[in-house]
Ligand binder design. Structure first.
Ligand code: FAD
Length: 386
């Protein structure tokens, strides 16, 4: 998104992606109402909505067997009053195909950043590995948008604050059948959670486990694991045997952290590279996109005329840090009190927070706002190339 917006403003951009394509098991398929709003501002919405997707106006969770409406998007002050579920590779292919129409945009696939090029204390580019050998790319600004295991922030030596997370996620595919329930927010049971993302012909399943317990789960065996899944979503009983080898089940480590400084001379980190998000609430993608928009809004003009100063780069952190902290605070709360990965002692059928949402429909607008837009939603206002 940052690449798209900067190239649109006429700033020459090279986006480097280490994989040969976008067709991978990304974490999360949510396109939030605020992102759809941006698509509209960019004149891309109609075409975007022609891509296969599902529209959820209300998010429901299955909590200890009961369906509970959690978020009502229909009252949001956005054009699209729904969350769109679309595989992330479709979203990225869509965005990059449009970005390629700008002469200033280049996308280098299978190009993995392995190091920063430094001149004194200033980053002046990156060294990258490609199938044809290493290459150096120089530029006025390096934007680290390379996710939670960011090479850019590591090589820059940035300090990170970790907020402990008690969970990890097991990530796997289970086939879908006609008559399966629609996309939900997840299946909650006394502190545990199974999320199923509808990917048309299969479910992408995320099963929350206590951090560090994957080996124990393996020791208990696959049959036990399969029946754990069925306890959450009984309709999977006839196909859970597809998970017949541990190689089909991947461990995703969940982190919440934040860099103290998101920038230094010639370099800025955004998205998970600056602040890794947990899956709680399904908001990390939105936050990363909002960072990208703020980056383009604040820097495009400067970058059209040369390098941006550290003070300019700091403005991006200053603008995006508190919304990030607020959401991360919410995620830490959820991990302590709602989804802990361990069976909770409190066995009442519906935890208080879900009872409130069930009793008072108006309250469902709060999670909708938080998930759908996030605090301080960004609007696109960087210049266009002229
Ligand atoms: C299990 C799980 C489920 C989640 N579910 C959701 C959800 O449903 N909704 C939601 O909003 N958020 C979700 N999140 C959070 C969300 O995935 C992240 O917050 C979001 O993807 C961050 O976007 P990003 O662009 O910063 O990084 P990423 O999405 O991680 O993208 C980084 C990109 O950089 C590439 N890359 C990495 N290193 C290099 C390198 N050295 N050189 C070149 N390219 C490189 C990667 O291949 C990737 O394409 C989930 C997180 C987890 C752990």
């Amino acid at each position: 998104m940052a690449g798209y917006l900067l190239a649109r403003a006429g700033v020459p951009v090279a986006v480097l992606e280490k994989h040969p394509d976008f067709f991978r098991d990304f974490r999360g398929d949510t396109i939030h109402p605020s992102t759809l709003e941006l698509m509209c501002e960019l004149g891309l919405l109609d075409e975007f909505l022609k891509q296969p997707h599902q529209e959820l106006r209300e998010l429901r969770a299955i909590v200890n067997g009961q369906a509970v409406p959690v978020a009502d998007f229909t009252k949001l002050p956005t054009r699209c009053k729904f969350i769109a579920f679309m595989p992330q590779w479709d979203f990225l292919n869509f965005l990059s195909s449009h970005a390629k129409r700008f002469p200033a945009f280049q996308l280098h696939m299978e190009t993995e950043v392995i190091d920063l090029l430094m001149e004194g204390s200033r980053a002046v580019g990156v060294r990258a590995k490609t199938p044809k050998g290493d290459l150096e790319i120089r530029g006025d600004l390096v934007i680290g948008a390379d996710g939670r295991h960011s090479t850019v922030h590591t090589r820059a030596g940035f300090q990170q604050r970790e907020f402990g997370v008690p969970i990890d996620v097991l990530w796997m595919r289970i086939s879908k059948k006609q008559g399966d329930p629609k996309q939900t927010f997840g299946f909650f049971q006394h502190g545990k959670l199974l999320v199923l993302l509808d990917r048309d012909d299969y479910w992408q399943a995320g099963f929350v486990i206590p951090k560090g317990q994957f080996d124990e789960i393996k020791e208990r065996g696959l049959t036990q694991f399969q029946s754990n899944i069925v306890e959450f979503a009984g309709f999977l009983r006839d196909r859970v045997a597809e998970l017949d080898d541990w190689s089909k089940i991947r461990l995703l480590t969940v982190q919440i952290n934040c860099l103290r400084d998101w920038c230094r001379e010639g370099l800025l980190c955004i998205g998970d590279s600056a602040h890794a998000m947990s899956p709680a609430g399904g908001v990390g993608i939105n936050l990363a996109i909002q960072d990208a928009v703020a980056t383009a809004n604040l820097l495009a003009d400067k970058l059209r005329n040369g390098p941006a100063s550290v003070d300019d780069l700091r403005k991006v952190q200053a603008r995006r840090e508190w919304p990030t902290r607020l959401i991360q605070g919410m995620q830490v709360f959820i991990h302590r009190h709602v989804v802990t990965g361990r069976t909770s002692d409190r066995k009442q059928s519906l935890p208080f927070i879900f009872r409130l949402l069930k009793w008072f429909p108006v309250l469902r607008q709060l999670p909708a706002r938080f998930i759908g837009m996030g605090p301080r939603p960004e609007h696109f206002h960087s210049p266009t190339a002229g």
